[in-house]
Design a protein around this ligand. Sequence first.
Ligand SMILES: Nc1ncnc2c1ncn2[C@@H]1O[C@H](COP(=O)(O)OP(=O)(O)OP(=O)(O)O)[C@@H](O)[C@H]1O
Ligand SMILES: [Mg+2]
Length: 1018
Amino acid sequence: MEDDNDPAYGKPDFVLLDQVTMEDFMKNLKLRFEKNRIYTYIGEVLVSVNPYQELPLYGPEVIAQYQGHELYERPPHLYAVANAAYKAMKRRARDTCIVISGESGAGKTEASKHIMQYIAAVTNPSQRTEVERVKDVLLKSTCVLEAFGNARTSRNHNSSRFGKYMDINFNFKGDPIGGHIHSYLLEKSRVLKQHVGERNFHSFYQMLQGSEDKLLQELHLQRNPALYNFTRQGAGLSVTVLSNLNSDEMNHQAVTQAMGVIGFSPKEIASIHRILAAILHLGNIEFVETKEEGPEKGHLVVAEEVLVEYVAELTATPRDLVLRSLLARTVASGGRDLIEKGYSTAEACYARDACAKAVYQRLFEWIVDKINSVMEAQGRDPRRDGKDTVIGVLDIYGFEVFPVNSFEQFCINYCNEKLQQLFIQLILKQEQEEYQREGIAWQSINYFNNMAIVELVERPHRGILAVLDEACSSAGTITDRIFLQTLDTHHRHHPHYTSRQLCPTDKSMEFGRDFQIKHYAGNVTYSVEGFIDKNRDLLFQDFKRLLYSSTDPTLRAMWPDGQQGITEVTKRPLTAGTLFKNSMVALVENLASKEPYYVRCIKPNEDKVAGRLDESYCRHQVAYLGLLENVRVRRAGFAFRQPYPRFLLRYKMTCEYTWPNHLLGSDKAAVSALLEQSGLLGDVVFGHTKLFIRSPHTLVVLEQSRARLIPVIVLLLQKAWRGTLARQHCRRLRAVYTIMRWFRKHKVRSHLTELQRTFQAARQAPLYGRDLVWPTVPTVLQPFQDVCQVLFCRWRAWQLVKNIPPSDMAQIKAKVAAMGLLQGLRQDWGCCRAWVRDYLSSAADNPTASGLFTQRLQTLREKDGFGTVLFSSHIRKVNRFHKRRDRALLLTDLHLYKLEPNRQYRVMRAVPLKMVTGLSVTSGRDQLVVLHAQGQDDLVVCLHRTQPELDNRVGELVGVLAAHCQREGRALDVRVSDCITLSQRGSRRLVSVEPKPEQQAPDFHCSRAGFTLLWPSR
Ligand SMILES: Nc1ncnc2c1ncn2[C@@H]1O[C@H](COP(=O)(O)OP(=O)(O)OP(=O)(O)O)[C@@H](O)[C@H]1O
Ligand SMILES: [Mg+2]
């Protein structure tokens, strides 16, 4: 496909033709067609020529080449148009539609299928199940609808006999989430009769050829379409063009499978088969009038009653009722009286045919409704899910001319006129008008406006449809012929209308039967026969009620109007023509509200042969499709336009003068500055309110630079937004901290107030606030409170200490030192007593020898020159030879003396106090003390006490010694243990205490291991 720009393959866009003439156009079309280039653009309009052969132009690889590319970047293709419509929808959230037009057999339905395939292939990359389901239904629906709505005609072997407009709904991500099919005017007369070389709807042949024998038996059918009146005509005809292989059988399978995928239940599929079979049997029913004399004379009967039985069985209705509905009809006469009115043979045939047609039509409509119900986008809320966008695909029957053209062709061709009108409106007329409005230099291009023909058909009162309606509403007497006469009178001078009456020389028409319309696509002669009937589309109420009474729920659901009572007076229903006109008006309105994309299909020859392009045949189509005018308008025109503000809104980020907002005099000036900076000024023209861009390339350049900048802008926005969020958060945080600060202050303040209140009474002696309870402190003030408590303790201590007389200070200090060493370790350390210290000098404590001791002390003081007596007391000692003696202990600030009380306190041993390194005491109440001295044997003593009995002096000894060492600045090692280790001349011994109630005075007991102090524990 890369060679597409090669001149050998012609111009890919007719706009590029050197000269816009029919010759050049056709030359290019033919050249491309011969090279299998069946697609060519006119700007964004795609011209497609039916190749009548399989070309390697489709499939996933080709789709991949088109995906994400702009229209002009790749060779012309349906995929490119589908992609453009899809992109426009996604980019601008605009509803778009793809209108496929062209005459019967030009390839519209095939094109619509390729478009669907493209959309299905490029959407739902995340494979969401729901979207996949919708896609499946969208794709499969075509196959089912073709089976029931298409038939072989002389122009096309798979001709759509109904119009189809399909809306595909997309969510904001661009994935299909639902769809809706509108069907237009099924050519139901085909059920009864087909022209030579044509067939009934495919569904009949498919069922007959494809069903299993068993099913056919159940349906009372035989595998031979020639046996049934309705299918006899097309019995020998195949449906395929490319081979003579009859593929009805394969198609039957494909359709059944597709129905399954869509969601038709097996019961529903069985009902459909039964309904089709019933129609075939109905078609074979013939009527005969009885010839007997008497009251039975002229009575109408059914020739083969078994057929009635079949119909009754297949439609699940009572046989008698079927028979009655076929032979007579019930009419309400006068008030509530009902009378049965027998049919003539002709009437019965008419009623039968009307019934067959109607049953088929309802079946078709029911199938469409069923597909719609499955495809309907469900549970969508625009506020939550965003706005849905729509791509509409219109594949409607093409313009057609048969040897005999009836009411259906009239409607079909009117529909094509309407669509051509829309094309003119959108592509030719509006475009030119806009250029004028915007003050752009423009040379008007003439084109054929078919407005007059549309008016001829649909004008109120005088238009052909109005005249036809009038004829239908007049009771009985008006015939088709009279209707034709009325037309002749009304449109005698209409340039597009003629009849044999008005132009007697034209032998192509018959008197009193034909009229001719000069359509935009050519002259078509219509036979008025059956116009009134078909327009009135009468079906007697009896059939409606009969089918409503069916026990088959599927069939019953197709006939809700059968519920109506026979006597009920209803409004005259709208005629088929009016209904069709209304639906066309609605369709055109719908299409006009969307952004249109056009595919113009051309049929290369009338014989459906591959590789042959009949020039005159195609020239005609090119002419009536207005393609040449399209090229001219396009060449002179512009690919794209947008009001300045919208243009700026979309592209302002691409230029520094316009981003974020411009300061220029007008939006127009800003747009000009933007384009100048991008170097695109040469390809645009400035209108009054809009900018016109000549080539799509310019737009793509703009789009690309926009796409490049969008991430930066997104980042910017994200940055700003994140900043906003952070600032918001910060403000909140600050507020929180302020609140916390104030709250803390409040807590602190109230705590302090509370503290102050509590400690108001702290100065009162003697407790100085000892019993005051500290208030619970907030966590934050805990350290403060700790400090306060320390301070308070100090203060309280000071309050207590400052009143102590200096003479007591030594005692206090000793007590403090003792407390530090013994508190909690020893049960009683004599804290509560007054510490006398020099007990031996005390007459109270040593009544007999205190004088003697005082003398000795005096002698010692003179000799050793000590300052103070730290402690003196009688002791019981034991030595390493297990000798137990009563001695006296004197501790001065220089020495530790062991004295003999019995020899006037003679010194037995004196150890310099500096050598005393520690003391060991027990945790009990006993008075065991082991004095440790450096380089000396440990001295094991028990302090004697007389007053009061068992007085406790261990604490005092420890205290005074410790206080003294503190003063001297050296450490004293005080150990508290119930099993004291001592060393005497290098050997280690243990000393422990044994409480003994019967012991009079404490004494030592010696053993090999050491000593035990026997303690009188009273
Ligand atoms: N792109 C194509 N490639 C191959 N064959 C094609 C292509 N387009 C159309 N055909 C052939 O042409 C036949 C008629 O095409 P299609 O049914 O699409 O015509 P149509 O325009 O829908 O006609 P109608 O108005 O009667 O429905 C197809 O059955 C197919 O054989
Ligand atoms: Mg078709």
